[in-house]
Design a protein around this ligand. Sequence first.
Ligand code: NAG
Ligand code: NAG
Ligand code: NAG
Ligand code: NAG
Ligand code: NAG
Ligand code: NAG
Length: 775
Amino acid sequence: MGPLTNTYVFACVFLFMVWNNIQPTVENEFIANYSSRLLTNVPENIPVRTLVLDLSHNRISGLSISEFISLSDLQVLNLSHNLITELDFGVFIFNQGLEYLDLSHNNILKVYCQTLLYLRHLDLSFNKFTALPVCQEFGNMFHLEYLGLSATMMRRSDFRYIRRLQLDTVFLTLEDVSLYEPQSLTALNTTSLHIVFAANQNFNFSLLYDGMSTAENLRVVNLKYTLSYKDFPSPSLTLLKKIKTTDLMLDTVDLQWTIILQIFLLIWCSPVEHLTVRHLTFRGPLGKLPEYEFLPLLSSREQIVSLGGSMKALTLEHVRNKLYYFNQELLYREFSEMNIASLTIYDAFMPHMLCPNRTSSFQYLNFSHNALTDELFQNCGTLTDLKLLILQRNKFESLPKVSFMTSRMKSLKYLDMSNNLLHHDGSDVQCQWTESLTELDLSSNQLMDSVFECLPVNIQKVDLQNNQITTVPKGMAELKSLTELNLASNRLVDLPGCSGFMSLEVLNVEMNLILTPSADFFQSCPEVRELQGGHNPFKCSCELQAFIRLERQSGGKLSGWPVAYTCEYPEDLRGTQLKDFHLTELACNTTLLLVTALLLTLVLVAVVAFLCICLDVPWYVRMTWQWTQTKRRAWHNQPEEQETVLEFHAFISYSERDSLWVKNELIPNLEKGEGCVQLCQHERNFIPGKSIVENIINCIEKSYKSIFVLSPNFVQSEWCHYELYFAHHKLFSENSNSLILILLEPIPSYIIPARYHKLKALMAKRTYLEWPKER
Ligand SMILES: *[C@@H]1O[C@H](CO)[C@@H](O)[C@H](O)[C@H]1NC(C)=O
Ligand SMILES: *[C@@H]1O[C@H](CO)[C@@H](O)[C@H](O)[C@H]1NC(C)=O
Ligand SMILES: *[C@@H]1O[C@H](CO)[C@@H](O)[C@H](O)[C@H]1NC(C)=O
Ligand SMILES: *[C@@H]1O[C@H](CO)[C@@H](O)[C@H](O)[C@H]1NC(C)=O
Ligand SMILES: *[C@@H]1O[C@H](CO)[C@@H](O)[C@H](O)[C@H]1NC(C)=O
Ligand SMILES: *[C@@H]1O[C@H](CO)[C@@H](O)[C@H](O)[C@H]1NC(C)=O
């Protein structure tokens, strides 16, 4: 064997293992779900503790005992929608706990029977059996409740083995029926019988009649009959006496009008209490009713009632009419005169219904999804027992007319007018509802604010969802009993107050246009225990804080919190839950904000003032101003004279109190002799007419040096300090060594005011001449 063959064999073995290792979908260790896995066999590795095994929707064609032997706990096995052709119940012989076995929708032709003692549910419907697969062993399965079967032929003897079983439901699927022996079904003992007839075959009415004499609940699907009604087998009077059915449902009915009438008449005279007909199509031709065996008995209404007439509820759903000429008036008359409690005509394109001629027994009328208009039941005083009226999805337009319709219905409690075209423009027309009405559904109409002028006085629940209401008007008449109000999907911009309905307990205002709900809601509505306010475009700003606080105080009255409550505006907060939206107290309280700003300003002013006083800032500012002013003026006056001519050797700055020393000691000594020093002294050289500051600046500018006579007096003189400042300024601007300090008397540093730090710095930095005490 070459390496290539080896690889090939290995790959095959590997694939085989993968194939056999199919894992179920695990939801629970006791459920193995292999549904829709394209399996052709029952997998090998099913966990042994499996209780529920779903093998449905696969391609399994055969079963063997070895596949199930290890599953001793198995209770539920679903093998529906597979390709099994033969079934031997013996394969489940070791699954004694099996209760539920679904083998529907296979191709089973033949069964080999075995008693499965605990089986409760066995479904063999939708298979390819010719005769009913009811074997003798079934008769021992006393737990059986549900039995699904299929066949093309049905004989009277077929049910003989299970005659004694008391079943709950028998489900029969009959495709390609070639034979039905009348009275075959009646051998069954079951509460419910569900028959699905072939869709494309003429229905055998014996099945209906027999079914009606077999089970209390009967459901028949696919009643179609295209042959002439003359051949139609009328029910017999004897049959009528055997009928057991009280609940009858006929689904997918396509019959001639005459046949329908006959069946209805039969049912009418039977003990059937609830009749539901779905997907009803009636066609022509219209003909004379055939001779009924019992028809002469039914010459009057009273007789029908006495004969049986136990009908309580009639439901017609999805009715289509293929009949061209027929007297609708007559039909409406028939319906309206019915002596039943409950009538439903749903999705039938019905444009009208008549008011009953005399006091009617209707308690429940459901005419949803039709073409009824405002003309319905106007001035109708005979519907006095009517409690529930459902007129959803019709073409009603005027709310006042609807209110007039109810005005004489003394027992009406519930009215559903949703999904119509109702509007009310608040004109002079007064609404006139019956006083008994407590619940009203007006959702999905075109109602506006004025609807509140037209609501029944004793109403308890109103649904106004999906209309065009913008506000609840303030001055509306009070609705004292109103406890539930639904205003979802309208155009409200704020929560309504409860001035008009003080007993309100539940309010829904979801999906409106409420940006900032007012926070006084629960004060105005003390009885409200549930407020549904989510899914509004909340604007997350300061005003909303109050609403969020309201949530905290309300103690869980806001339903849907927090998920349904998110910010819509501003843009950057969109999607944030209101629960997570916080602003500081400061950002929202204007007074607090003002007070804080004021305090901050005051502190700032205080700091600036403190700095000014301590560091003498204004003084420096003033001086610099003076200096620049003088400079500017000087420059303007002598534009040609760029260079300042130095006239003096020195400028002497001193305190007036030291002037004695300066005049007697310093000046005479400096000015005497050869090459004497030219001094600029303010008493001598100041130019009159100019300001003192200007003079000082001039003097300093025109001198090589500045001599300062320092003493405690100097320190105390303001002018002296100016002079020092200007001289120092010059020192910096011309960068020459022009300051000479003469210390006349020692100055203790504590007497130099704090603001004269320049002086302090100079004294610390520069050497100064000290005038000795002893000359
Ligand atoms: C198995 O899964 C299918 C869908 O894949 C589901 O419809 C079915 O209910 C499941 N069966 C059980 C027993 O849960
Ligand atoms: C098979 O039957 C079981 C038991 O009723 C059920 O839970 C399951 O949904 C069924 N599977 C499918 C695919 O319908
Ligand atoms: C119903 O079936 C029986 C027996 O096959 C037959 O005699 C009868 O005519 C059928 N009825 C209809 C209405 O087809
Ligand atoms: C059906 O079974 C119940 C209970 O065993 C019995 O009372 C009743 O008579 C049976 N009905 C028929 C028609 O055999
Ligand atoms: C009902 O009233 C209509 C006309 O209003 C009348 O033709 C009809 O005979 C009356 N039917 C009954 C049963 O009173
Ligand atoms: C009205 O009848 C329809 C059809 O039978 C049904 O689906 C619907 O629930 C009924 N409405 C009410 C409010 O009973």
